[in-house]
Design a protein around this ligand. Sequence first.
Ligand SMILES: [Zn+2]
Length: 331
Amino acid sequence: MLYEKLPGGRVRCHVCQWRCLVNPGKLGVCRMRVNRDGALHVLNYAEVSSMAVDHIEKKPLFHFFPGTYAFSLGTWGCNFHCKDCQNWEISCTDIPPGSRRLPPEREIELARRQDCRGISWTYNEPAIWFEYTLDSAKLARDNHLYTVYVTNGYATPEALDTIGPWLDAWRVDIKGFTDDVYRQLARIPHWRGILDVARRAKEKWNMHVEVVTNIIPTLNDDDEQLRSIAGWIRDDLGELTPWHVTRFHPLHEFAHLAATPVATLEKAYRIGKKTGLRFVYLGNVPGHEYENTVCYSCGNLAVGRVGYDTRVVGLDGSRCGSCGADLNFRT
Ligand SMILES: [Zn+2]
């Protein structure tokens, strides 16, 4: 889907913002789309690398069906190759022999049988098996299951608009706010389209949007960078959009860096709040008080969390159970 044929048997892929120009016999950057005789074929349709029943809080999504389980699936490969990738064994590889195929019908059946409220495409970039997530999302809607992309945000507006009617949540990484960070971290030269597509997901398709920034010492932990991200969320997505600042642990190509000090995450929290964001959360610090949702208006505890243990205690639909303030929840 979403490619154009060009002279000389070449094609241009429009699924993600690389917009790869693919010569006959060659692959795109994701290595999951191949040009065969002037037609672009996807290699990883229904090829599952990992699947699990996860707490929705693990994505992390804190304001979206809190306390529910999402059937979570990833495929092979990725269109980013991030130096801090937690899942590099599946994202920096081709499809191995013996990979499992899970057709959409079977995926939905497994989700229902395991008492999941929805489906989450996660672990690597969902857009790289775009056709599979699209077919699955339509079936999920028919079966009253929610649908989530845990995404680097690099899908094109055309891809977003194609799946938009069937996608409920856009959990997007904003890895930094300079060309330098995106180049160093993910080797992405043009990243600002990620911002436009995230805003489009919210404005055009009314998706629930939450933002994650994995804070990496010396890379994106400076005040200026954090202020810029928070300011963009406030202005483009709205002050009620949750921002998760998560703790980096040394691994993959960043094994030489230290884990993020909790004090740095608390600094990011303060910057977010001072910028005007109503909901800033610490991630990968289980038991920290900044995992909780507290009403910005009256101070009522709406949702208590300790790691993935979630207690909805003061919520009335999307609103504060005590004062009625809009807390931007989907339930
Ligand atoms: Zn309140």
